[in-house]
Design a protein around this ligand. Structure first.
Ligand SMILES: [Mg+2]
Length: 191
């Protein structure tokens, strides 16, 4: 049997985005993230996988080791509930195309995770705070949930009316998780 996963963007979704976060001690989770991820993992048996662009590495603003240290710290704050972190260190301004193919909105990292953990993407979800996350989710074939915490209203409205419109929009993490629960419990019927 295949696994199902909840893919999570990192900065601006599970932790506050201070911009190129390199100090593990500055990692701070949003309210509801601990409870929400615990529920998804322990009650619903989802794989929890972080999918993150970290171009600060290729920009020379932080090192790969620092990103790994921040990831480790975030996972400690979450009682090690995250199964894996995938991140893309490249950016088209600094790297050749072949390298940048991992970068969201490309679904490449989601596909890599799906093959590593035998994940059924049609049974999986993606929660993120940016249009690139929603494009990535849609291209990968997962259900997409936008946390409207870091975009302004006009950006959200434009996205809502585009072909990349999220399947669901909410403003806090626990509501996103409750929506997933309702879908699994069959209270929301969609095509
Ligand atoms: Mg983000």
């Amino acid at each position: 049997m295949k696994n199902k996963a909840v893919f999570l963007d990192r900065d601006g979704t599970i932790n506050y985005d201070s911009g190129y976060l390199s100090d593990p001690n500055k990692a701070k989770l949003y309210d509801g993230v601990f409870e929400g991820i615990s529920l998804l993992k322990n009650k619903y048996n989802f794989k929890i996988i972080v999918i993150s662009n970290q171009s600060g590495i290729t920009r020379g603003l932080m090192t790969e080791m620092e990103v790994i240290a921040v990831n480790k710290k975030i996972n400690e704050l979450l009682s090690d509930s995250i199964d894996d972190f995938f991140f893309c260190p490249y950016h088209p301004d600094f790297d050749i195309y072949e390298k940048t193919r991992c970068r969201k909105p490309s679904p490449q990292m989601v596909f890599d995770a799906a093959s590593k953990y035998k994940i059924d993407l049609n049974q999986s979800f993606f929660i993120g705070d940016r249009e690139t996350d929603m494009i990535c989710a849609k291209s990968a074939g997962t259900y997409s949930i936008l946390l409207g915490t870091t975009m302004n209203n006009s950006e959200i409205n434009r996205l809502k009316n585009s072909k990349n419109s999220p399947n669901f929009i909410t403003y806090n993490f626990l509501d996103a998780v409750k929506h997933i629960q309702m879908k699994l419990d069959g209270e929301i019927v969609e095509n």
